[in-house]
Design a protein. Structure first.
Length: 201
């Protein structure tokens, strides 16, 4: 788990088998302050104030280094770390670039996006500039939200995906065997959701 401090630093704790919780020396300095952090399974990524991103930890699938983020001229609007894969939204045109495990499956027709989910083993989703959800990979994990319109935010789990609508409603789809947030699903006519984060299962 990681958090961004009010001073623009980042603190991580918990599992550190791959160095994912060990913040690199000199991260905050010439590269600028940290504005966002994303903790994946075995690696961690941050977005810096100068528009660049940096990742550390496991690099078994080239999810941390040896990818476009090594180019200091490649600026990003957001970065998400997933399961042995990383996705970014390019600042120049809001298109998605992914690298690491299963990175090749990103649809070429995706176009500009508002948000990209954290890439998982079998699937991922994005919220397009038009406010429509587009997913790819194992269809059973997202069939209920793929193509959904009027979406405010998305979050991707290992075997399921969720979306908050601009109306404040919550929609989830997939094989969530532990039935996440049943109280919200059962009270969907009353509950207003403003944010969400999908975990593993």
């Amino acid at each position: 788990m990681c958090a961004v401090t009010v001073a623009g630093g980042v603190r991580c704790w918990g599992g550190n088998d791959y160095g994912q919780a060990r913040v690199p020396d000199g991260l905050v300095g010439a590269t600028g302050l940290v504005v966002a952090v994303s903790a994946g399974w075995t690696h961690t990524c941050v977005l810096l104030a100068n528009g660049t991103a940096r990742c550390w930890g496991s690099n078994s699938e080239r999810e941390s280094t040896g990818n476009p983020l090594d180019d200091p001229n490649f600026l990003v609007a957001s970065v998400v770390a997933g399961n042995e894969a990383t996705c970014v939204v390019a600042a120049a045109n809001r298109t998605v670039k992914c690298f690491g495990k299963l990175a090749y499956v990103v649809p070429r027709i995706l176009g500009p996006v508002q948000q990209i989910g954290a890439p998982r083993d079998q699937h991922n989703c994005a919220l397009t500039a038009a406010g429509v959800v587009q997913c790819w990979g194992a269809t059973s994990n997202f069939w209920g939200i793929n193509g959904l319109k009027g979406v405010a935010t998305i979050s991707v789990g290992d075997t399921f995906s969720c979306a908050t609508l601009t109306s404040g409603k919550l929609r989830c789809s997939g094989g969530a065997k532990y039935n996440p947030l049943p109280e919200l699903r059962n009270a969907s006519s009353r509950a207003v959701v403003v944010d969400l984060s999908a975990g593993s299962e």
